[in-house]
Ligand binder design. Structure first.
Ligand code: ADP
Length: 254
């Protein structure tokens, strides 16, 4: 069993490195695609100017102009939009895989302080949207300070993002001590998540409403699960559409 776990962990870190190296190395050819698309677009514009300067008419000229003015720039636009999208996905993959490769420094954490820092950093959004945020007395736990800060930042950020604009936003952060762990709960009275969609929200790049106005990359919760893998923790969600969501995070006791 012990050996099996070690093999699994070795395979996991090998996979992490592959993802990291692959996404890192894909960046340079992508920069070439973006750069040369821009150059081609520029050349196309110059060609149009030259053609228009020539005093030649006729069907052939019309055909060339239609290619250089419409078809080529349109195709170049698709290439560059797709390259931008790949770039965004690669950045996301790199961010996720970095969580698996950076060193973790597990220490006793003052979660009251961490949550206060996170709330302070979001003070503008909270005030601007008149959100009522209440924070209970949060027990200490064990974890990596930077990662757990990121975790609460992603959870609180989501609670703010997915509030219902038509009702007064309420968010609460509480913590309880269990037998061997501390369970924190980030609760909001936002739009909520249907039962059948709940497992999907933790998947890479998965967004329930990709075209919603609040924006996002579908990475926040994936990063949280990776953080919890590295901090011996876990996360689960309880939610109902129109009623709000509760995210329960468990982390080891001190
Ligand atoms: P992002 O917010 O960038 O889309 P996340 O991975 O943080 O990515 O969340 C994935 C999806 O889960 C979101 O697109 C949203 O549909 C849903 N979600 C996350 N948190 C909440 C929440 N507190 N209330 C309602 N839906 C949520």
């Amino acid at each position: 069993m012990e050996l099996g776990l070690r093999t699994l962990s070795a395979k996991n870190s090998e996979l992490q490195s592959i993802v990291y190296i692959a996404s890192h190395d894909l960046k340079s050819p992508l920069v070439n695609i973006q750069g040369f698309s821009a150059t081609l677009d520029e050349s196309c514009r110059e060609t149009i100017d030259i053609l228009k300067g020539l005093d030649v008419g006729g069907e052939v000229m019309q055909r060339i102009l239609s290619l250089t003015e419409e078809h080529i720039p349109q195709s170049l636009k698709f290439i560059s939009t797709s390259a931008d999208k790949i770039n965004m996905l690669l950045d996301g993959l790199l961010r996720v895989s970095r969580v698996g490769t950076v060193d973790v420094n597990i220490v006793r954490l003052d979660i009251n302080q961490i949550v206060k820092d996170v709330c302070d950093s979001m003070e503008f959004q909270i005030k601007e949207n008149g959100i009522d945020v209440t924070v209970g007395s949060l027990p200490d736990c064990k974890g990596d300070s930077e990662m757990i800060n990121q975790l609460f930042s992603n959870l609180l950020g989501n609670s703010i993002k997915y509030l219902d604009p038509d009702i007064e936003g309420k968010i609460s952060i509480t913590g309880t001590v269990d037998d061997s762990q501390i369970i924190y709960c980030v609760e909001d009275n936002g739009i909520g998540i249907a039962n059948e969609h709940q497992p999907k929200i933790f998947e890479l790049f998965h967004r329930l409403n990709p075209k919603d106005s609040v924006g996002g990359e579908g990475l926040g919760l994936t990063i949280i699960t990776r953080i919890l893998d590295r901090n011996n923790g876990a996360i689960r969600v309880a939610s109902e559409p129109g009623k709000g969501s509760r995210f329960f995070v468990s982390l080891p006791k001190c």
